[in-house]
Design a protein around this ligand. Sequence first.
Ligand code: FUB
Length: 378
Amino acid sequence: MHTRYLSILAFGAVMLSGCTEQAHKNETTTDTPSVSEVSTIQASGQQEKHIGLDEYKSKSLPLVTNIYTADPSAHVFDGKLYIYPSHDYEAGIPQNDNGDHFAMRDYHILSMDEVGAEVAEHGVALSVDDVPWAGRQMWAPDAASKDGQYYLYFPLKDKQDIFRIGVAISDSPVGPFKPQPEPMAGSFSMDPAVFEDDDQQHYLFFGGIWGGQLQHWTKGEYSSQDDYPADDAPALMPKAVKLAADMVSMDGEPQDIMILDESGQPIKQGDLDRRFFEAAWVHKYQDNYYLSYSTGDTHKIVYAMSENLMGPYIYKGVVLDPVVGWTNHHSIAQFQGKWYLFYHDSTLSKGQTHLRSVKMAELKYNQDGTIVPYQAYY
Ligand code: FUB
């Protein structure tokens, strides 16, 4: 039996009391607390292979510590770096396979003028209370800019508890954002990521299985039943669609983005180390598109490459090994001439899976364009 997002630590909840609205410098440090009694337990009673806090020392500090942040989507707008994260908090909801304990209610945006400079945290940019169709759970967002307007794309369950993707608009990259009265027509599942191609056309990538609900949409409409492919059949793939010129609607139907193995066969559903789970992100380096994503229950960020934005993509390898906490979610962006990996972990909360912190680190490429895997811990 799977245990969705379950990470029970052998020590109690740790509150962020004492944290102030201070910004922190992103510098290499050994910030991980030394905690000896850490284990992660599945409902089955088996131990999962997680990172224990006593085993590793972090290379990077959380970008902010006054709030918990996760799922960082990084973009450079007008020469400044903006990070659009989830805002984790303690909702007191028990952990389950659907991720109910990720009960986030608003978004706060981070920015910085240069790497190593103070990180600004800009307060509430959008609240669940502002969204007329809202049910619950504001999960991983992303943002885009066009013609002086900024668009925040956010996954949120509607009043029927079905994930939809909403769009909110602002004339500032840090909000406040005004939501559209309805979710994006035709939207489903979660983890939106918007990629702007060289011709300024924007594309929306999205999707995630388990609590992300992609397995409920295999017949083109919502079904309350899980519908996963057999282990030896092609995996459920991330979806992508061109955004219409208005940036708030889709130009066409979402299509599957195929991820193939080295022999040209679709990655199989049972290939847990490589199959798509959630957190799709696309970037372009030199002449190739890179589709990176989380493998979910094997806790890795991996990537595939293609010469075509809409694929097929060929699986290449690991970007980031498992981090402290169950989820692994990232973005990749170029800023001031260098490439960076943005990710999260749960070191600040001493391992609580639903209380994460965004970090960043330089990302390097090999001569052939493949990515040098990043090690988050010494
Ligand atoms: O933060 C809630 C969910 O956890 C995200 O949408 C997933 O990608 C995972 O990080």
